[in-house]
Design a protein around this ligand. Structure first.
Ligand code: SF4
Ligand code: SF4
Length: 421
């Protein structure tokens, strides 16, 4: 199908966008479609990627025509439940490709996290249809780079920024509760719909289902042999950020069922006994598949991700409450349980990593931080201490979106060889 008129209606730079569109299919083909023994249910997710700038954008345009508002988010701390309650559509739009970095660097310093540079570059270059489609953006004050970048982005697009407290004491959770209410007020203004106990409950139910099904998929990965590659599991998490959530839940449940059957039949994508790797650290957003791909083509399997594109996204449910005010508090409590390195202290993340090492039978941890992502880079020291104490080998890799695969592959291969010996 030809989407050029749709893209043109979004004021996109079509020529530049063509360059991006020309790269993705071969990149995806090389990394994903060369895998053997993939679960059948991945066909849906392959289809979603093949239509990433097509059908989903058409759906968003249709939703807009029906009067629904499109809200763009960059981080896990924005309660999607509230957006669903006002009949909005939430799309995760942080960007994961080098393609957008040079445009981001026109307004941002070079020594900043590539995720932030790419997010701004995607807007400034008018080549991301999701960005162009958004009626309203919601940022947060998680790390310094992001909170200052929003001042620049906010010059171009209507935007609300949620203040995230740097600690998690009772008073901080209460302050985040106030932020949740401020966001509610903004969403009501933009959408023209009121948040009620009933529509919020419905939004919560959709997201609870999504979290539960992702948990099922992750749990299946505890098996040896592992029934799905880390690359495929990462893709499913990434797609959760921008797909229609009700359809996603149905398709992900189909995948979870298939994986559970594979586990019962001891069917894996790698032989039993393949070294099992956990990845922990900065988020990996589409199309950032580099480290997973390098690991899984070097003789190991990625079995879990302690990351925003992993367990942080779906762990912890919202406590069920009847009254609207209590529901808003329950939302704040749930979201404040996400263990981002922006918090101090953040021992719960370390506890989580150790628990996951046990539950997913991890042989070695790859600690991944995006270049200039200081929160995760600094937190490495304490994570390394805890892992060493537990006798778990860890390798730290710092990378950006550039093609530095040669160096990385050598280090990862040496680490995997060491795990095998
Ligand atoms: S790492 Fe922290 S700031 Fe970045 S997306 Fe995750 S929760 Fe948000
Ligand atoms: S990866 Fe790190 S530096 Fe980049 S936006 Fe997320 S928290 Fe900030």
């Amino acid at each position: 199908m030809d989407y050029r008129s749709l893209w043109a209606s979004l004021n996109m730079d079509l020529e530049k966008h063509d360059v991006l569109c020309a790269v993705l299919p071969s990149l995806y083909g090389d990394i994903y479609l060369t895998q053997e023994g993939r679960p059948q249910s991945m066909d849906y997710f392959d289809f979603v990627i093949s239509e990433v700038h097509g059908l989903r954008i058409q759906e968003l345009a249709d939703a807009r025509r029906e009067g629904r508002k499109i809200f763009g988010l960059f981080c896990l701390y924005v309660p999607v439940e509230l957006i669903l309650a006002v009949e909005g559509v939430a799309v995760g739009i942080c960007a994961g490709a080098q393609f957008w970095v040079p445009d981001g660097e026109k307004v941002l310093p070079g020594n900043l996290c590539p995720l932030i540079k790419a997010s701004l570059g995607a807007w400034l270059s008018a080549t991301c249809p999701y960005m162009q489609m958004c009626d309203f953006l919601i940022g947060e004050t998680t790390c310094d780079g992001k909170k200052k970048a929003w001042e620049i982005l906010g010059q171009h697009v209507p935007m609300h920024v949620m203040a995230l407290p740097p600690m998690r004491r009772e008073c901080d959770v209460a302050s985040f509760g106030r932020e949740v209410r401020l966001l509610r007020d903004e969403l009501e203004k933009v959408s023209g719909h009121k948040v009620t106990a009933e529509n919020l409950q419905k939004g919560v139910a959709v997201m609870q289902e999504q979290r539960a099904v992702l948990e099922r998929i992750y749990r299946a990965r505890q098996a040896d042999p592992v029934p799905i590659s880390g690359k495929d599991a990462l893709l499913v998490s990434q797609i959760a950020f921008y797909d229609d959530p009700v359809r996603f839940n149905e398709k992900a449940a189909r995948l979870a069922g298939e994986l559970e059957k594979r586990v019962a039949e001891k069917q894996g994508v790698f032989p039993a006994g393949t070294p099992r790797i956990m990845i922990t650290g900065s988020p990996m957003v589409i199309p950032n598949w580099k480290v997973h791909h390098l690991i899984e083509t070097s003789g190991a399997a990625v079995v879990c991700e302690e990351a925003c594109t992993g367990t942080r996204y779906f762990e912890n449910q919202v406590e069920a409450r009847e009254d609207l005010d209590e529901q808003l508090d329950a939302l704040a409590q749930r979201y404040m349980q996400i263990n981002c390195a922006c918090f101090t202290p953040n021992e719960r993340r370390i506890d989580d990593i150790l628990r996951m090492v046990r539950d997913w039978r991890v042989d070695g941890v790859v600690y991944y931080s995006l270049q200039f992502c200081h929160g995760y880079a600094v937190e490495y020291h304490l994570v390394e201490q805890a892992l060493k104490k537990a006798g778990i080998p860890v390798l730290r890799v710092e990378t950006d979106y550039s093609d530095d695969t040669g160096q990385l592959k050598i280090r990862l291969e040496a680490f995997i060889e060491m795990l095998k010996s």
